[in-house]
Design a protein around this ligand. Structure first.
Ligand code: SAH
Length: 250
């Protein structure tokens, strides 16, 4: 049995309880060594086989899975469903008739919100979050370029883009964000070396360069980072919900 497990954003105690239980019982762990905190590997039982997938290609990963006996953990950073390259592994396992399941994880986008003490969805400002990336060696489908995404004025969370700050800044401006739209960069959210930069669309490149941040960071863009907003209806004293009657019934 193979378990795709979200390791969380970095801090060892941000893996889920289910993920940790599986890790402790694993016979083989294949972890994404570029981003998964190796401290998680201290929890495996003696004799557990450990492989770092940063040095392996897809075929090699599958080979290890096929040759393993017992419980195999495929440990991915954050949540496996976001830029995790898990589907291609699952499709091969389906063909091979190998069973698997998936354990969700805390994505780095949520660790970043926690670091910023931010709420991605604020009434009157943004009720949508666009999770995307700048185009690099992996192409972005037509219509999903950053400049098109910018048109929605929603909260943007950019993965895999911190080495392209200049391009991000230009495309966001092309799409209609003003130079002074708020941006936050969170480097290694939840790790001891976590770092936050608060900047703007116009100053993003310069500020990331002077902080020396080119990888393992998220770029978050939008008015939710610094604007006035409306309070939610949920806790409004005059708003009736399934649990509570509003005080002003007129
Ligand atoms: N599945 C992962 C994302 C994998 S893609 C998740 O849910 O978080 C790898 C990208 O994720 C990195 O380039 C970076 O943009 C982001 N990332 C991963 N861990 C991070 C962290 N602790 N802090 C900030 N960004 C992180």
């Amino acid at each position: 049995m193979v378990h795709f497990v979200g390791a969380g954003p970095g801090a060892v105690d941000l893996i889920t309880v289910r993920g940790m239980e599986l890790l402790k019982k694993a016979d083989v762990v294949i972890y994404a060594g570029s981003l998964v905190n190796p401290a998680l590997l201290e929890y495996v039982k003696p004799g557990c086989g450990i492989y770092n997938s940063a040095y392996m290609d897809l075929e090699e990963v599958i080979e290890v899975i096929k040759n393993s006996k017992g419980e195999v953990i495929r440990l991915h950073t954050g949540d496996p469903s976001l830029f995790g390259a898990v589907k291609e592994q699952m499709d091969i396992l389906d063909k091979e008739g190998i069973e698997y399941d998936v354990v969700p994880g805390v994505s780095s986008m949520f660790a970043a919100a926690a670091a910023l003490k931010a709420e991605y969805t604020l009434p009157g400002l943004s009720q949508s979050v666009i999770i995307t990336r700048a185009e690099g060696r992996t192409k972005v489908p037509k219509g999903q370029e950053l400049s098109s995404m910018a048109a929605h004025n929603a909260t943007l969370v950019l993965f895999l883009s911190s080495g392209m700050a200049g391009k991000v800044s230009d495309e966001l401006q092309e799409g209609g964000y003003s130079k002074d739209t708020a941006v936050a960069v969170v480097y290694k959210a939840s790790w001891p070396e976590e770092q936050i930069i608060r900047t703007t669309v116009g100053s993003l490149k310069e500020d990331m360069e002077s902080a020396g941040i080119f990888k393992t960071a998220l770029i978050i863009v939008g008015d939710v980072l610094d604007h006035e907003y409306e309070y939610s209806k949920l806790y409004d004293k005059n708003f009736t919900t399934g649990y509570r009657a509003g005080k002003d019934r007129s």
